[in-house]
Write a protein that binds this ligand. Structure first.
Ligand code: NAD
Length: 246
């Protein structure tokens, strides 16, 4: 069966690879993205790929996106909430509106799209896949907005799983460092610091999206894919780890 897949942030990076994987599986995909240039070029390359231009922080555009997708796909089986971007935090004096914008993109939009797609997803016994971050669980300084959005989407995932199950299975992926640029923007030492010995690539995440969409006994979970970074214990002076204060 050809599934109808809708996704946010499909014009670049992880979202683009997720689109490609669903297309390769024979599905129809409609994505929303505010980067019109890259997104329309990408959509023009595939007959079963449809693009809607808009900012997911705007709830009116979300409703238009779902209507647009239904016209093109005729059905919605999978919703992937992928779009998000960081915006610093308290050390940069990020204000109320700046904080709220990140929550609108990374948390309110996933809720609203889940609500708008609920009846279709229930009818089709569908899936919701949310993209969080390992920053839902670990922080660097000055990252409050992004960490809050990502922590929120982890909680949203289990709440939706309980509300919408057993008809809709809802899971989340928390990526670590994923290289989304054409170049390798990292060093050999960066790679060596990650227990898996590499920086991730978009396929490391999209393959899990596909796996979750074909699994029927997983729901409410968040799966961390970070090459083991969150499992490494670091103490200054042990195993060559050095904390520099300068
Ligand atoms: P990316 O910047 O390469 O691509 C994101 C896409 O989403 C872009 O096409 C962008 O235009 C679009 N987008 C962003 N904000 C939008 C908005 N408000 N409205 C509409 N479109 C919007 O990003 P990525 O690295 O592929 O990240 C994808 C997801 O993975 C995000 O949720 C991100 O937080 C998460 N993530 C990424 C990494 C990483 O290292 N790349 C790590 C952890 C989590």
């Amino acid at each position: 069966m050809q599934r109808g897949v809708i996704l946010t942030g499909g014009g670049h990076g992880i979202g683009k690879q997720i689109c490609l994987d669903f297309l390769a599986a024979g599905d129809k995909v409609c994505f929303m993205d505010f980067d019109e240039k890259h997104s329309s070029e990408f959509a023009a390359q595939h007959t079963d790929l449809f693009y809607y231009c808009g900012d997911v922080a705007n709830p009116e555009r979300l409703k238009e996106f779902v209507d647009f997708a239904m016209e093109r796909l005729q059905r919605i089986d999978v919703l992937v909430n992928n779009a998000c971007r960081g915006n610093h935090g308290i050390l940069s004096d990020l204000d109320y509106n700046g904080f709220d914008y990140v929550l609108s993109v990374g948390l309110k939009a996933p809720y609203e799209l889940s609500r708008l797609c609920k009846d279709e997803l229930i009818k089709n016994r569908g899936r919701i896949i949310n993209i969080a971050s390992s920053r839902a669980f670990q922080s660097e300084p000055d990252s409050e907005a992004y960490a809050s959005a990502k922590g929120g989407i982890v909680a949203l995932t289990h709440a939706l799983a309980i509300s919408l199950g057993p008809d809709v299975l809802v899971n989340c992926i928390a990526p670590g460092w994923i290289n989304v640029s054409a170049q390798e923007d990292y060093t050999q030492t960066d790679k060596a610091a990650i227990p898996a010995g590499k920086v991730g690539n978009p396929n490391d995440i999209s393959s899990m999206v596909m796996y979750l969409c074909n699994h029927d006994f997983l729901t409410g979970e968040t799966i961390t894919i970070d090459g083991g970074m969150n499992k490494r214990m670091i103490y200054h002076g042990d195993w060559n780890w050095q904390y520099h204060t300068d």
